[in-house]
Design a protein around this ligand. Structure first.
Ligand code: HEM
Length: 432
């Protein structure tokens, strides 16, 4: 998805905009539309050709309101536009598609294993993964940061979940098929068929993984084993609940983190003075990662259904209506972020909603933050400057603001060879 500057004077007929169309995010510019919606129609209804419709909220505080209040906006029927109008079979079974108290009962124990404190010991392993990721820069040729980053989450989430390394490339592909079934590089027959095929294979895969753990009783070794033992509301999770949550955890990690990386690197190329600030003062890296998350907003939207008739701003929403909270728009709301189209590594405050808001606030945020900070620490330690080496290709998806391909070259800093060479040689082939 292009990250454009505002278009003063641009006029778009808001009755014709199509925020559902995945192609908009591959070639078009939703930011131009979102800016106008925030200004003129912050609660806006779109009806599709087949009669299905949804409300869009684009202002920061409305987005927070929708994500926060499960009594008016339920997650039980599914949270992605791709299943608009249907009923999510994972509703009430998967944490992401449940409301409190079912949601809370699953989330509390999971939170403990995914907290920043619990994950701190994982830092050395993730740093080794980062070195492996950056090692190709030593060759001095063209490096595709998007392609390299695509496999990055598997190397820490896959390890955390105890998934065999041989399966990682296929799982990476399947999770992208699930969020971008219309993308020409991932589409099989048609979009619906691709989505169904990805779901079928992923659920069968996780079902096998869960059965193996239950059969062999190595429950405590990894996150899937943990889920087989987890007690929510006084009972163990059922097989299908474990499988849905495995799917959700892997999807959550795989389809978002790579795009935060590519979009942040792109922003740093486009704003070289901001990269120079990081080189001069690496203590700014934490803020740069947050600004990259705001800038990229890798999860474009989350959806809810209205539980009872309500008024939102001046619009009447009926029970059963779908409401889409556009996170990418909220993160550019000029009422909340000063000069929102300026990329500023020291932006403060920066209360972005890239990880959502309220009860479903991303449970993987501590892990994603650890991984992104380590990655950018190593980039700043080794790379003096990046330069583009080919066109940037965007993912065809209304859910993930993704970059598929972004070739670049890097001028390395003195000592980079030593850091990456030594780290990679010392690592051995498989990070564990
Ligand atoms: C840059 C990386 C990431 C971004 C931008 C991101 C974004 C989000 C957002 C916006 C939500 C809120 C969903 C909602 O309100 O319905 C969410 C929830 C979730 N994320 Fe992430 N995520 C990231 C990384 C991860 C990772 C690494 C994991 C797995 C370890 C993960 C797993 C999940 C899960 C399971 C939920 C559902 C939580 C719940 O329902 O309580 N995410 N994520």
């Amino acid at each position: 998805m292009k990250i454009s500057l505002p278009h003063p004077g641009t006029d778009i007929d808001l009755s014709t905009v199509d925020l559902f169309d995945p192609a908009l995010y591959a070639a078009g510019d939703p930011h131009a539309i979102w800016s106008l919606l925030r200004e003129r129609a912050p609660v806006h209804r779109q009806t599709l050709a087949d009669g299905r419709s949804f409300w869009s909220v684009t202002k920061y505080h409305d987005v927070n309101d929708v994500l926060r209040d499960h009594t008016r906006f339920t997650s039980n029927r599914g949270t992605l536009l791709s299943i608009l109008g249907g009923t999510d079979p994972a509703g009430g079974k998967m944490m992401a598609a449940s409301d409190p108290p079912v949601h809370t009962a699953m989330r509390e124990p999971m939170n403990k294993v995914l907290s920043h404190r619990a994950l701190k010991t994982r830092r050395p392993q993730i740093r080794r993964v980062v070195h492996r990721l950056l090692a190709p820069l030593l060759d001095g040729g063209t490096w595709d940061v998007a392609a390299a980053g695509a496999g990055f989450p598997m190397a820490f989430t896959g390890t955390l979940m105890g998934l065999p390394e041989a399966d990682w490339p296929r799982l990476t592909r399947l999770t992208t098929m699930a969020v971008a079934p219309e993308d020409p590089d991932y589409r099989q027959s048609d979009g619906d068929g691709t989505l169904a095929a990805a779901h079928h294979e992923l659920f069968a895969y996780f079902s096998g993984q869960v059965k193996r753990r239950v059969r062999h009783g190595f429950a405590d070794d990894d996150l899937i084993g943990f889920l087989t033992e987890l007690e929510a509301d006084g009972r163990k999770l059922r097989h299908d609940e474990i499988v849905y949550n495995c799917y959700s955890l892997l999807l959550g990690a795989n389809v978002t983190t790579p795009h935060a990386i590519a979009a942040t690197v792109l922003a740093l190329i486009e704003h070289p003075q901001e990269y120079r600030r990081l080189l001069d003062d690496p203590s700014l890296i934490t803020g740069a990662v947050e600004e990259g998350l705001r800038w990229a907003s890798p999860a474009n939207h989350f959806m809810r259904y209205v539980t009872r008739d309500i008024t939102l701003r001046d619009q009447e929403l009926k029970a059963g209506d779908a409401v889409v909270a556009w996170l990418g728009s909220a993160n550019r709301d000029e009422e909340v972020f000063a000069d929102p189209f300026r990329f500023d590594v020291s932006r403060s405050p920066n209360r972005h909603v890239a990880f959502g808001f309220g009860p479903h606030y991303c449970i993987g945020a501590p892990l994603a933050r650890i991984a992104l900070r380590l990655l950018f620490e190593e980039i700043v330690a080794t790379v003096d400057a990046f330069a583009p080496a080919g066109p940037v290709e965007h993912l065809t998806s209304n859910f993930v603001a993704g970059i598929k391909s972004m070739p670049l070259t890097a001028r390395l800093r003195p000592g980079a060879e030593r850091i990456l060479d030594e780290a990679v040689t010392a690592d051995g082939p498989v990070p564990a």
